[in-house]
Design a protein around this ligand. Structure first.
Ligand code: RIB
Length: 335
């Protein structure tokens, strides 16, 4: 029995394929993922050995599947929030390097739409999913491939064991609020994200932790929820102004933009009458008037890491918590 047949009757491993092809396991991996770093000749040799040994899809993992579509589905809640633009650029950059392309689906909070789009993962029309909607599409809940094919990015999907890439949201929110308390503010309001969203809850938690640390009691009247959109931030701030806050921590930059508009509409000057902190550090944050103090999230890196993980890792990748930064600009002032 020659080497090839012996391998075919045993449980073929990637190392066996590499030995038979006379290349490294990394080259086998790249060849089967369609990477442009591998010559056509090497790819053909590797694929021929895979065919003859019966190296199977389940053994190979998703990045190495012979039937790979070389497509990644990216699910977003909306494209109206610029937060997602740079993330998608990062995903696309990394995907292109590996010979993959991306499909973008927006769900706008619709369960039907989530399931319609997620069906592409179950059917094999796409190889992996980068999930940024904060909710697992229900048709993937009992699907055995879910944990190995999905990366949860920026958002959180509770208790499902997914590889998750993001920042420490409670801590970032604590730092944002502590900045305002450090400037002497005591009536600090919070424009929260939508109730039920894990990040909204984590940012509220960080706000409360910062208040507690300086002995300020939590006052629910100083919290109003938006839905992460500009208009919702403006409406929430308009309600909060009745409580006479001197500062506000907003759950994202878009809501901070809306909050600024509402404060101005009420005749307030920023930061003299109201200090404002956002969250995200979107491109416009440095260019609005006054430039926004905010929490910077590494959006491009989010995208790059998520794509690299979903393409290359078998059986789910390790979760990663990236660094955030408080960027102090001119929307905040000492009381
Ligand atoms: O997903 C909505 C929000 O959460 C974004 O604006 C950003 O703050 C993200 O972290």
């Amino acid at each position: 029995m020659d080497d090839l047949k012996r391998t075919a009757f045993s449980k073929t491993k990637m190392k066996d394929i590499a030995d038979l092809a006379g290349v490294s396991t990394a080259t086998v991996s790249r060849a089967l993922a369609g990477s442009p770093l591998v010559t056509e000749e090497t790819r053909q040799v590797v694929e021929e050995i895979v065919r003859r040994t019966g190296y199977t899809v389940s053994q190979a993992g998703r990045g190495l599947r012979l039937q790979s579509s070389r497509q990644i589905l990216v699910l977003l809640p909306t494209i109206s929030n610029p937060f997602f633009a740079e993330i998608v650029q990062g995903i696309d950059e990394e995907a292109q390097k590996a010979g993959f392309s991306i499909l973008i689906g927006t769900t706008e909070g619709s369960v039907e739409r989530e399931n319609l789009l997620a069906r592409q993962l179950r059917s094999g029309a796409v190889d992996g999913l980068v999930l940024m909607t904060g909710r697992l599409p229900s048709i993937l809940a009992d699907w055995p491939g879910a944990t190995s094919r999905i990366v949860v990015l920026s958002e959180r999907v509770p208790d499902a064991g997914f590889c998750t890439i993001g920042i420490d949201n409670p801590e970032a929110a604590r730092v944002a609020t502590a900045h305002l308390a450090g400037l002497g503010h005591r009536r600090i309001a919070h424009v929260a994200g939508p109730p039920g969203n894990v990040l909204s809850g984590q940012r509220l938690e960080g706000y409360r932790t910062a208040l507690r640390a300086v002995g300020i009691g939590f006052d629910p009247a100083l919290v109003a929820a938006g839905d992460f959109s500009v208009i919702s931030g403006s409406r929430a701030m308009a309600r909060l102004l009745a409580q006479n806050p001197t500062a506000v921590f907003c759950g994202n930059d878009d809501m901070a933009l809306g909050a600024m508009a509402a404060a101005r509409e009420a005749g307030l000057s920023i930061p003299r009458d109201l200090s404002i902190v956002g969250f995200d550090d979107l491109d416009y944050a440095a260019f609005i008037d006054p430039p926004l103090t905010t929490i910077r999230q590494p959006r491009r890196r989010f995208g790059q890491l998520a794509a690299a993980t979903v393409i290359a890792v078998e059986g789910g990748g390790a979760s990663r918590m990236l660094e955030f930064e408080l960027v102090v600009r001119r929307s905040t002032l000492r009381l």
